[in-house]
Design a protein around this ligand. Structure first.
Ligand SMILES: NC(=O)c1ccc[n+]([C@@H]2O[C@H](COP(=O)([O-])OP(=O)(O)OC[C@H]3O[C@@H](n4cnc5c(N)ncnc54)[C@H](OP(=O)(O)O)[C@@H]3O)[C@@H](O)[C@H]2O)c1
Length: 251
């Protein structure tokens, strides 16, 4: 698929992976809708003199249904139908049994899972009507096991499984659902991690792989390969062995 002349939405485009994807796509001849809460950061991308794309920015907290409805309306009014939606906005928050707080769960699940669902609720109406469209959900290689008390891993597990089911149903409607499962990428999110992050890559490399995967219309874009293999092996470990492995990682 060519991205030229397409209308492409990117949520969470103000930083990290989303910003890197926006930067790459801004150099081609397409229409971009960049969404995030920090609109001033989006406007910096928009004002890049090297940008070839037509760019509109919109403030949107994806965990708020009404924000998503307003941002969708804005996008359609500006550019008509969205062809490709890159649903990337996400948060990671550390939680421990002693600092357990359901508000964290609401924030993480509300952004990483419901934030995608709210967008798809709008996109699907047009996609089904037109029998075409692409949904790109940014999940994570951390979707297959938990590494301690966390709402992040469950949010990504829910997202990956949700996208898998959606793909099965939407295939006959000519709607592509692409699941992206990155390993560690050097962004604000991972800068807070106090553990070793193997095979860490730059946001620009991640964006390059994601954009290439979208062009190739892959069902699953996962990277980097060593982390894909490692997490696959970890996923196969029986519980007792996995607990030994996870305990070692926490030392
Ligand atoms: N970094 C990694 O190692 C890694 C690995 C696997 C998967 N991922 C996934 O990749 C995606 C991007 O992560 P990143 O590492 O690039 O993180 P990041 O640098 O912290 O950027 C997160 C982006 O999401 C936006 N965002 C957060 N909460 C939002 C909300 N409620 N509404 C709208 N936008 C929101 C932020 O924009 P505002 O704050 O301006 O709203 C920002 O643009 C996430 O889904 C993350 O889970 C990351």
């Amino acid at each position: 698929m060519t991205l030229e002349n397409k209308t492409i939405l990117i949520t969470g485009a103000s930083a990290g992976i989303g910003k890197a994807i926006a930067g790459k796509l801004s150099l081609i001849n397409c229409r971009l809708i960049l969404a995030a809460r920090r609109i001033s950061l989006l406007d910096e991308i928009k004002s890049n003199p090297a940008a070839k794309a037509e760019i509109e920015t919109v403030q949107c907290d994806v965990s708020k249904k009404e924000d998503v409805a307003a941002a969708y309306k804005f996008a359609v009014e500006k550019f008509g139908n969205i062809d490709i939606a890159i649903l990337n906005a996400g948060v990671g928050m550390h939680v421990t049994p002693t600092a357990f707080n359901s508000e964290y769960a609401e924030k993480v699940m509300g952004t990483n899972f419901m934030g995608v669902v709210y967008w798809i609720e709008h996109l699907l109406k047009d996609y089904l009507k037109n029998n075409r469209g692409t949904i790109v959900g940014i999940s994570s290689l951390a979707d297959n096991r938990a590494y301690g008390t966390s709402f992040y891993n469950p949010s990504k597990a829910a997202l990956t499984i949700f996208l898998e089911g959606l793909r099965l149903d939407l295939k006959k409607h000519n709607i592509n659902v692409i699941t992206v499962r990155p390993g560690f990428v050097e962004t604000d999110m991972t800068s807070r991690n106090n553990f070793k992050m193997p095979f860490l890559i730059s946001p620009s490399k991640a964006a390059e792989i994601i954009v290439e995967g979208i062009i190739k219309e892959k069902k699953m874009i996962q990277f980097p390969i060593p982390t894909v293999l490692l997490t696959r092996i970890i996923g196969f470990l029986p519980l007792s062995l996995y607990e030994l492995f996870a305990a070692k990682g926490k030392k």
